[in-house]
Unconditional design. Structure first.
Lengths: 711, 94
């Protein structure tokens, strides 16, 4: 496209400045709820979003179910029971804090969203009398109909309601702005976060946000190993622009990360290989518990966890004998025995079943059929129009037709071992009980957190991070005004010299208190407010504007690297050097290769307009995250099965004989960039301590004033 | 009549406008989180599908459209198959 055809006014070089108490980076589910959590505390809040809040983020277009609502009035499981299983299911490699918050507060957030105008129950009595519906509350449940902790929701109504609510309560929403960097006190790596920079995706205008605290609520990384330039939007399960820029800017600023060495063999939507999510035959998530039949119309039976064939439809939604509850029907990642749900038998290589298989809704009870093909497919993020509407218009009748499956489970494509993806609780920002990162003033929510997933997790951690950021501002700034000498004693200064070797705090409990370089070295004995460094701001503008300013200067069509070419180069590099099995030599060579690409990019990349510049900056962030993944992989010397992490050169012999590589080291390896190098620290898997005790300790005011659920 | 008002794509254009129905209100442009669309230079005309490959097929543009003027379709490779169950079981009379 030629630049004179660009329909928006170009404002390259112009700068707009904002100032607030709490800055929210990202306007997805987590960001919106963070903004509300902070605003409820009476502070000035700005939310910055790359798209439009009414439909942006991974859950922006819709969502059909809300997991882990353990505190809803019908639930027969407690938050503690649920989190215990989540932790055990991943051998401890999970975020105990954030998932406890999800289980404990998720239902509170669902009620908030209902008050805003989101639909969470069957108010029209469309499904009156259905087995999955509670007749009193009109809530509708999925999977385990006995224990009732997964709620079916009308998620297409949620973000629209949140966008309106933000405006009503006076949150300043800045849309179409890509956040490009975190600003730290005096521009120092590891310093307190005092704001952020951004660029308008349509005008190219530069933005500087000054804040007393910030909440990182941006997406998980994407397109690291797999990319297809012809179908960028089909390259991942999550939206095109959810790219993991938060991880990249956090790494550059000195934030600590956890589990970044984890990746899984690609599962879904990668590089356009999969069929449309929930648009092909399957019996998972949206489509649970659809019947599966073979090419002769023969039913593939469901079994419980013990292999008992389930003959009644109802049994697909009930726990097995002696089972307290099951987490999900159709175990996606092969859950542990305790919570394994019903699933159809595997027919691979079984001559009794003729391929292809089909999903069959015709033999389901009418309400079960209508809740899948209707409500669920109508409310999930990418199915309302291209699946429900289009298939219906093309004549698909769920009472008559069966939909072909293209793979097992929810997958509809197969991938090679080196084709990796960040899926299934991937790595992210390390957090403490405030959902604070190791950097003072930076709180984290939703998919930016390590081991995150799902809508309820995003909403619950968002609100929590927002209100804790607000509490910090109130506390720290009141202190700084009253007695500056006291600030050195605040909670941010507990960790010692940036090390957290054993993860124990002064009370001897396993409690992560930041694990890194916190305020003491950077706040200069009580300068709580922090200073934006003009140098840092200028350097950031120079970095992000170079590709487009260069293009502006030249009259003839410029040559150079466009974002698609660079993304391909990164993906190929990562598959080759940082695939399924990793070795030190290959990781080092891969890192050098990435650095070469980075240098090339800095010299010669181009963009013709602010939109292309946005995409290019995203790819620069993909490159930064790729380097972070390599660094985390280098730091982890031994294979760890729950992280799907394999070293091909397990040479290091830890001192502790019990933790030889062959027995697998059981700890988190937290990693950060200090500017001078990479610093790693070992943190115990149970660093969060006692979940309910600590939750209550850090949330006394919330429990007193707002919480719906009390133990 | 649907028009692919695109700057061109070597691969595929997922979003098509019915020129007779589109009133050029740009609600679809405003809701698209990927910014795939650009408003038309001429007022009242349908938007331009400027970055078709970046569409992630969420359908927010179709939902936002008050004149039913947008068709969103997956590329041919993503068109899935369904059959009548009776054909599989052989119970359907030919």
């Amino acid at each position: 496209m030629k630049k004179n055809e660009w329909p928006y006014e170009l404002k390259y070089g112009e700068k707009k400045e904002y100032s607030c108490d709490v800055l929210i980076l990202g306007g997805g589910i987590a960001g919106c709820m963070a903004a509300l959590g902070a605003r409820e505390k009476g502070l000035r809040v700005i939310l910055v979003e790359k798209g439009a809040v009414a439909a942006s983020g991974a859950g922006g277009a819709g969502c059909d179910h809300w997991e882990s609502a353990a505190t809803n009035p019908c639930s027969k499981v407690t938050p503690e029971e649920l989190v215990d299983m989540m932790l055990r299911d991943n051998k401890g490699f999970n975020n105990g804090i954030s998932h406890y918050i999800e289980c404990r507060e998720g239902y509170d957030r669902l009620l908030d969203i209902e008050k805003m105008g989101g639909k969470i129950r069957d108010t029209e009595d469309e499904f009156k009398g259905a087995d999955f519906r509670d007749e009193d509350s009109k809530l509708m449940f999925a999977y385990d109909y006995k224990n009732k902790f997964t709620i079916r929701i009308w998620g297409t109504t949620f973000k629209k309601a949140m966008a309106k609510k933000l405006k009503r309560v006076g949150v300043t929403v800045v849309e179409r702005v890509m956040v490009t960097s975190l600003l730290t006190d005096k521009g120092e790596i590891g310093g307190k976060v005092v704001g952020a920079t951004g660029i308008h995706t349509r005008t190219g205008e530069f933005m500087v946000f000054k804040a007393k605290a910030s909440v990182m609520a941006m997406s998980r990384p994407a397109r690291i190993w797999l990319f297809n330039p012809a179908m960028v939007g089909l390259s991942e399960f999550r939206p095109t622009q959810c790219i993991g820029s938060g991880h990249a800017m956090g790494w550059r600023a000195g934030a600590a990360f956890n589990m970044m060495e984890k990746s899984v063999r690609a599962e879904f939507s990668a590089a356009g290989k999969s069929y449309p999510p929930y648009g092909a035959g399957n019996n998972h998530n949206t489509w649970y518990p659809a019947s599966i039949i073979d090419a002769n119309g023969k039913t593939v039976p469901y079994t419980d966890r013990d292999g008992r064939i389930l003959t009644e439809f109802k049994e697909r939604c009930l726990p097995a004998d002696e089972q307290k509850f099951f987490m999900k029907g159709g175990g996606i990642d092969g859950g542990i025995y305790e919570i394994e749900g019903p699933e159809t038998i595997s027919v691979e290589g079984n001559p009794e079943y003729k391929l292809p298989l089909y999903a069959d809704l015709s033999d389901l009870p009418e309400q079960e059929r209508n809740v899948i093909w209707g409500m669920m497919v109508g409310e999930e993020g990418k199915t309302k129009v291209p699946i429900l509407k289009n298939y219906t218009e093309a004549g698909f009748d769920p009472k008559k037709h069966v939909l072909q499956c293209y793979g097992s489970g929810w997958k509809s494509a197969t991938f090679l071992p080196d084709e990796r993806q960040l899926f299934g609780l991937p790595g992210g920002f390390m957090n403490d009980w405030h959902l604070r990162s190791n950097l003072e003033g930076l709180y984290v929510a939703g998919d930016a957190l390590f081991a995150s997933d799902c809508y309820g997790h995003a909403a619950a951690t968002g609100h929590y991070a927002g209100r804790h950021a607000a509490d910090y501002v109130k506390e720290a700034y009141a202190e700084s005004e009253n007695d500056k000498s006291e600030t050195g004693k605040n909670r941010n200064n507990k960790s010692e010299n940036g090390k957290n070797e054993n993860g124990k705090n002064e009370n001897g409990k396993n409690e992560y208190t930041g694990g890194g370089n916190t305020s003491s070295g950077n706040t200069d004995g009580g300068n709580t407010s922090g200073e934006i460094s003009e140098e840092q701001v200028k350097a950031e503008w120079a970095r992000i504007s170079k590709p487009v300013m260069k293009s502006e200067k030249e009259d003839s069509f410029p040559t150079g690297y466009r974002w698609q070419e660079v993304n391909m180069a990164i993906a190929k590099t990562m598959q080759h050097y940082c695939g399924e099995i990793r070795t030190e030599d290959m990781l080092n060579t891969g890192l050098a290769q990435l650095e070469r690409i980075e240098e090339e990019m800095a010299k010669k990349s181009i963009a013709d307009n602010p939109h292309e510049l946005t995409r290019l900056l995203e790819v620069m962030d993909i490159l930064t995250v790729s380097k972070l993944i390599i660094q985390a992989s280098k730091a982890r010397k031994c294979s760890v099965t729950p992280l799907c992490f394999k070293r091909g050169d397990e040479t290091e012999k830890p001192d502790n004989a019990q933790s030889l590589c062959k027995d697998e080291v059981q700890d988190f390896l937290v990693i950060k960039n200090t500017g001078a190098g990479i610093e790693t620290s070992h943190v115990p898997l149970d660093y969060y301590g006692d979940l309910s005790l600590n939750y209550e300790k850090y949330n006394a005011e919330y429990l007193e004033k707002e919480a719906v659920y009390h133990v | 009549m649907y028009r692919e008002s695109s700057y061109g794509s070597d691969f595929f254009v997922p979003i098509q406008y019915d020129e007779k129905k589109c009133i050029g209100c740009n609600r679809c442009v405003d809701i698209c989180q990927v910014d795939v669309l650009l408003p038309s230079e001429k007022k009242g005309e349908s938007p331009i599908v400027a970055f078709p490959g970046e569409c992630w097929y969420c359908g927010s543009c179709v939902v936002a459209c008050t004149s039913d003027a947008i068709r969103l379709v997956h590329p041919l490779m993503n068109q899935v198959r369904w059959v009548e169950k009776d054909e599989l079981t052989g119970s359907k009379k030919q």
